[in-house]
Design a protein around this ligand. Structure first.
Ligand SMILES: [Zn+2]
Length: 256
């Protein structure tokens, strides 16, 4: 589902952003790039909790905010819907997705079934280079947390999990993990407390230590506890409904 391999994604921050969050093709026309940009801005606003679940995305407000025509906004909304970031309702328009508590729990149930095994296999199969990459990635996560880059922290901690699946060397598991991590990022963005990200650095550090000591069972155990911890800290019951000024939110180019 992601076209940019993780190894390459480390090189470019912007590509890494897109690769982690959204499916995209390698070659885009100028018009499509503009749509990707709109898609990215809306996705980020959802992850940053500026657009709460259930917020109506009015086409006319988005046209005004991004300074583009209705067709381009519609295509952007279709892309977002295909990635389950928003929902389209016939005759009513587009709304920010509101994953149900049941859907959120299903995602974590699936992750618990899959990722502890991935952690075990990854320790058994990782090359020294692979372990070095994992350590480097952990440093990037620490840096994002130190500087309170919540969005980056969510993205990087998700990538830690897909990196594990890469190290396990199972393409089917990697694909499943990517899908689950993308869904989790949305769920965590929506249901996580504003100051809190999904993954504890400490847990990831403990998993890296298990790689260094080549303790596959330990990695499996820590991963299981880690996923339980993430799920437990989501506030699945609270979904705020407030009105959002879309034009004010998107009119100005973002500063990154
Ligand atoms: Zn994690």
């Amino acid at each position: 589902m992601f076209s940019i391999p993780l190894e390459k994604a480390h090189i470019s921050g912007r590509q890494e952003n897109l690769a982690m969050k959204l499916e995209k093709t390698d070659i885009l026309s100028a018009e499509e790039i503009a749509e990707e940009d709109i898609v990215e801005r809306i996705f980020e606003a959802v992850i940053d909790q500026q657009l709460p679940p259930g917020t109506k995305l009015s086409e006319s407000a988005l046209c005004e905010a991004f300074g583009v025509g209705r067709m381009r906004i519609r295509r952007s909304l279709l892309l977002l819907a295909s990635r389950e970031v928003i929902e389209l309702h016939a005759n009513k328009g587009a709304y920010v997705a509101s994953p149900s508590v049941k859907q959120a729990r299903e995602v974590f149930e699936a992750r618990l079934a899959l990722e502890p095994t991935i952690a075990r296999l990854a320790v058994q199969r990782a090359t020294p280079e692979g372990i070095a990459t994992l350590k480097e990635h952990l440093e990037m996560e620490f840096a994002a947390h130190r500087t309170n880059q919540r969005r980056d922290a969510i993205r990087l901690s998700g990538q830690f999990h897909t990196l594990m699946a890469q190290l396990a060397g199972n393409a089917v598991m990697l694909r499943m993990t990517k899908e689950l991590v993308t869904r989790s990022s949305l769920i965590i963005g929506i249901f996580g407390a504003p100051g809190v990200t999904n993954c504890r650095d400490d847990d990831h550090a403990a998993i890296v230590d298990a790689f260094l000591s080549r303790d596959d069972k330990l990695a499996e155990t820590i991963m299981r506890e880690h996923l339980h911890h993430i799920e437990k800290h989501l506030d699945l019951e609270v979904q705020s409904k407030r009105s959002v000024d879309l034009v004010g939110l998107f009119r100005h180019p973002k500063n990154r």
